[in-house]
Design a protein around this ligand. Structure first.
Ligand code: ZN
Length: 219
């Protein structure tokens, strides 16, 4: 089996996503770029609890199956198009976390109202325009919402997508975005979330963009 360790890492990350309640059932999907034209991606409709390395599919950047017996995720286009346009992105995780999905359903970007979060994610997690699940159009909207520096975008009426340098960063950011969404929602019920001072947002956004540029330079 080619790239057994990397495929095992994708299966492990999928289990962790499930165990942490960031997806339900067999929803969501994860990928890791193992070569310039080769991506390990979770299969369609397969239980995370028992997922094995052998069930993780290898596809090329056009989406053709290179190795694996199952069908790749229906959202494969989102993963491949993001990697094709953003060379710093080697891993993509699409999930349905409860609080982030509330913002997605309300078509509300998640504003970064905590300074440490700005450093990780920029000034906000923007909304990608709606398109039918699994369509090329949805992949285009996600790529557009991520832009040259984005690490995450909400898929409206659907869920969340995170694009990072590796699986661990994707998982950590997915969990942190959901936690931030929960905090912002709670603050709104307490009378309104108060934005960070503009200079703080600008300063931490600069740090964030520097980190993304650094990742781009390394690839
Ligand atoms: Zn989904």
């Amino acid at each position: 089996m080619r790239y057994a360790d990397e495929r095992a890492a994708v299966a492990e990350a999928a289990k962790e996503l499930f165990d942490r309640g960031l997806v339900a059932g067999t929803s969501g999907n994860l990928s890791l770029q193992v070569e310039d034209d080769l991506v390990a991606i979770t299969p369609h409709g397969t239980r995370y609890e028992t997922m094995t390395a052998g069930q993780v599919i290898l596809v090329d950047l056009e989406g053709a199956v290179v190795e694996g017996d199952l069908q790749p995720s229906v959202e494969t286009a989102i993963h491949l198009r993001t990697m094709a346009t953003r060379h710093d992105v080697r891993s993509v995780v699409h999930s349905h976390p409860v609080y982030a999905s509330m913002f997605a359903v309300a078509h509300r970007p998640i504003r970064a109202l905590i300074d440490e979060f700005v450093v990780e994610c920029g000034a906000e997690v923007p909304c990608a325009e709606y398109a039918i699940s699994g369509s090329d159009c949805l992949a285009e909207h996600v790529v557009e919402a991520l832009g040259p520096y984005g690490r995450a975008a909400l898929m409206v009426n659907h869920g969340l997508v995170v694009a990072h340098t590796d699986l661990d960063h994707c998982l950590a950011l997915t969990a942190n975005i959901d936690r931030t969404a929960q905090i912002v929602l709670g603050a709104e019920t307490l009378g309104g979330a108060v934005p960070l001072p503009e200079e703080a947002t600008n300063l931490f956004t600069t740090v964030y963009e520097y980190k993304v540029k650094e990742a781009k330079d390394e690839t």
